[in-house]
Design a protein around this ligand. Structure first.
Ligand code: NDP
Length: 409
């Protein structure tokens, strides 16, 4: 099998985090569009140049066999030999580790889906940005842990940044970038997650299985837990601040359990513009894949008549303190969002490994933010990736210590 270069008219794409939920949804759209055009997944309007994964070698190798990328990379260096063996008959460069991922991200594709989960996605996504590519951001943690730095690099490289997150994609579609002064507020909608109606006692006893069982969306484990704590909405508030020319206090959150209105923009003249759709990530991903055109997507059509009603609630900070903690971290600025993100990643992982309880996640994040005063974070601007990763690492150490103190027997 030969990996052929993109031909004229083809969009050459890289998918960082190809084996995950966003990666799979992106490849589903590419598979369908290519099959419709040529009868094969690997040839058609999209040419898959590069795919990456964290550690799932078999899944990555299967995708390489189907989409025939020029290059694949796996974060886990220990998996390199196995991966090489699995794709030995393919004409495909294989790399591993941080350097492998960074080089793959900087490769020859025009369009990059940044869908690695967590701060691990920052370095490869920045490499893609530096090449001036069209970078589609699913990985919100990039903007949370290094928003100023990231946006400076986007601007310096002339990269195009498109949001894949459904809320930000919705805002992007209705935001008048030529007249930001005409905007009163942007409102991110939140489903409220699986514990929207749960008591604090029920939340205290919540298991990882209950926390990842999102009522509307099918997603990876980490973002599912973030949705259950509503930290996801807090991270999205920070993400929105960096993506759109608005002030921090212009970003609002409203619970909307049906996840049909994906977010909205309110203008000073009293108009509110929203984007609606069925809760299926393929719609916002397709928007970015076809951009500036539109493509057909086999999603369940929105049937408002059948839905009958859409409902709204204000968020309950007493049961979902992480939303407030994230908003405060944004107001505080400096290193606070970086520390917030790192502490949350550690706490969520420990919860998924059943080391701490569900409500302990907020406890860990709050305590780490409180005890990281020594980081001297007020008003500091992170100048480079090394500084970000240093703060991230120090916050992870603190969070790991905190989780050890809270660990369930
Ligand atoms: P998943 O957990 O499903 O997938 C994560 C991907 O990242 C996998 O390909 C995984 O590889 C890879 N990965 C994990 N750890 C590392 C690492 N250390 N280095 C390199 N690659 C790694 O996550 P999702 O697809 O759900 O989410 C991805 C990102 O998109 C997150 O930032 C999330 O917040 C955001 N997002 C997701 C949405 C969704 O609907 N899922 C919606 C909006 C935003 P492997 O499979 O080998 O572990």
């Amino acid at each position: 099998m030969t990996a052929s270069p993109a031909t004229s008219g083809q969009k050459s794409v890289a998918i960082l985090g190809a084996t995950g939920s966003i990666g799979q949804n992106t490849l589903d759209l590419i598979r369908r569009a290519n099959q419709e055009a040529t009868g094969t997944a690997h040839d058609g309007p999209y040419r898959v140049d590069c795919l990456t994964a964290g550690s799932r070698v078999e899944d990555l190798a299967a995708l390489a066999r189907e989409f025939r990328p020029r290059q694949i990379a796996i974060a886990n260096e220990g998996a390199l030999t196995t991966l090489r063996g699995l794709v030995a008959d393919l004409d495909c460069q294989v790399a591993a580790g941080k350097t492998g991922l960074d080089e793959a991200a900087a490769g020859s594709s025009d369009w990059v889906m940044a869908a690695i989960v967590g701060a691990a996605g920052l370095s490869p996504t920045l490499q893609a940005v530096r090449q001036g590519k069209t970078v589609v951001l699913a990985n919100k943690e990039c903007l949370v842990c290094a928003g100023d730095l990231f946006m400076r690099e986007v601007s310096a490289a002339g990269a195009t940044l498109l949001p894949a997150d459904s809320e930000h994609n919705a805002i992007y579609q209705v935001f008048d970038f030529d007249r930001p002064e005409a905007i009163e507020s942007v409102t991110l909608t939140a489903s409220g997650g699986p514990f929207r109606m749960a008591s604090l006692d029920e939340m205290r006893r919540a298991t990882p299985e209950q926390a990842v069982a999102h009522p509307n969306w099918s997603m990876g484990a980490k973002i599912s837990v973030d949705s259950a704590t509503m930290m996801n909405k807090g991270l999205e508030v920070i993400e929105a601040y960096y993506l759109f020319p608005v002030e921090k206090d212009q970003i609002e959150v409203l619970c909307h359990p049906q996840s049909v209105i994906h977010s909205f923009v309110t203008y000073k003249d009293g108009s509110t513009l929203a984007q609606l759709g069925s809760p299926d990530m393929r719609t916002p991903i397709a928007y970015t894949l076809a951009w500036p055109d539109r493509m057909a997507v086999p999603v369940t059509p929105l049937n408002l008549g059948a839905l009958g009603q859409l409902t709204f609630e204000t968020p309950d900070f007493s049961r979902f303190p992480l939303l407030k903690i994230a908003q405060v971290a944004l107001q505080r600025g400096g290193l606070a969002p970086t520390i917030l993100n790192a502490a949350n990643e550690v706490a969520v992982s420990q919860f998924l490994h059943r080391k701490i309880g569900f409500l302990d996640i907020a406890e860990v994040v709050e305590r780490v933010l409180e005890s990281s005063e020594s980081f001297d974070f007020g008003g500091i601007v992170l100048e480079n990736l090394e500084q970000v990763m240093d703060v991230d690492a120090r916050a992870r150490v603190l969070a790991t210590e905190m989780t050890a103190k809270l660990a369930v027997a």
